[in-house]
Ligand binder design. Structure first.
Ligand code: SF4
Length: 370
């Protein structure tokens, strides 16, 4: 069977192999592009948030490539995320596409439903549960390595002497990880990848600005949605950190089913209850970044995303209490990279000013447009 899935950062590398090893033909979703977005806009309700539209566009692209099954994750909470998959399926089937949609929710939410959906995936090729679990473990390990090397690349990039060198090493690392077929090969790929990144020529005398990235999961993880903001900032000499990575999020939400409890615990007194999506997480993370001495926080919010709108309205109080500047970027299909870049440059100026007022290190080298 031809099986596909959403595009989210580098995760397609692990998902492709996972699907292949279950005996299916993977239809790898193309990296989202303007074409993806235009399909998404065409098939989605106008008021839908942008992650919905980009996922819709991706599904159209993979269905056009012949996908017969799409595997996606479910959502929960008071916002629209819980209805995403169901709506995508209905709209696409009404448009004439013939396919099966498998929406996987947290196993503990409804174990019977989860088991029957996994059976739909593995039974056609007579794959047993034991083999499925082994393949899942390997796929999970690969996802973890992908997240780990990406996070590492964001630490190296602001120190690179030659612009783009970190990204080139990172791309080589992704190829090594993609090729790994066994746990030993995966561990070797991880080690070689770290070595490649360590070999990037660096100027360690710099004291880069440190910025935390918060917001809705899809716009935070998928570079197309956020104009590759971490690479953009890294190449401007800013060190970024984001706490949402696919494996961490899945562990907290799908496996444990309780969410990021440590982050949620930091949200009060600013926010005491969940407001859907990542609203409470955005608040908790802003507090954590402020307490850890970050120079600023950037919130990535899809246009009309209620949880992020709620967070945005609360954040000024955190800024007031902790003195941490926060830039909120609202993203929709009209958002342009040049506009984002201009706002980032102004934000960097603000953080540098704030740092000089506080008497912090002045050796941050801003490499605007270089
Ligand atoms: S979290 Fe925001 S962007 Fe995501 S589904 Fe909910 S409202 Fe839409």
């Amino acid at each position: 069977m031809k099986v596909s899935f959403p595009h989210m950062g580098t995760s397609h590398i692990a998902f492709k192999q996972f699907i292949e090893r279950l005996g299916h033909e993977p239809i790898v979703p193309p990296t989202p592009s303007k074409k993806t977005l235009s399909y998404g806009v065409q098939y989605s309700p106008e008021f839908a948030c942008i992650p919905f539209k980009v996922l819709m566009g991706t599904y159209v692209e993979v269905l056009e490539k012949g996908a017969e099954m799409i595997i996606s994750s479910g959502g929960h909470g008071p916002c629209r995320a819980g209805l995403y998959g169901m709506l995508h399926e209905k709209i696409l089937k009404d448009a004439g596409y013939d396919f099966e949609m498998i929406i996987l929710d947290a196993p503990l939410k409804n174990p019977k439903d989860f088991i029957s959906k996994i059976n739909r995936i593995i039974k056609p090729n007579k794959v047993g549960w034991y083999r499925f679990i082994q393949e899942f473990k390997f796929g999970w390990a690969k996802l973890k390595v992908l997240d780990m090397v990406e996070a590492y690349s964001h630490k190296i990039r602001p120190y690179e002497v030659t612009k783009g060198q970190t990204t080139r090493s990172f791309i080589k690392t992704l190829t090594l990880i993609a090729q790994a077929q066994t746990s030993e090969e995966l561990e070797n790929a991880r080690r070689q990848g770290i070595k490649l990144l360590d070999e990037v020529e660096q100027d360690r005398s710099r004291k880069p600005l440190k910025v935390g990235i918060i917001g809705e999961i899809y716009v935070v993880i998928e570079p197309f949605m956020n104009f590759d903001i971490q690479v953009l900032l890294g190449e401007m000499g800013v060190e970024t950190h984001r706490s949402i990575y696919l494996t961490q999020w899945t562990k907290d939400n799908a496996a444990k089913g309780k969410g990021e409890l440590d982050v949620i615990a930091c949200a009060p007194p600013y926010l005491n209850q969940k407001v859907g999506g990542h609203g409470i997480i955005s608040i908790g993370e802003t507090v954590i970044y402020a307490k850890n001495g970050y120079d600023g926080v950037i919130q990535l919010a899809p246009f009309t995303c209620i949880p992020e709108i709620v967070a945005k309205s609360i954040i000024p109080q955190i800024t007031k209490d902790y003195g941490i500047p926060v830039l909120s970027l609202t993203i929709d299909e009209q958002t342009a990279k040049t506009g984002v870049q201009t706002r980032l440059e102004a934000f960097i100026d603000l953080m540098l000013h704030q740092r000089s007022v506080k008497g912090g290190g002045k050796s941050h080298e801003v490499r605007l447009g270089s």
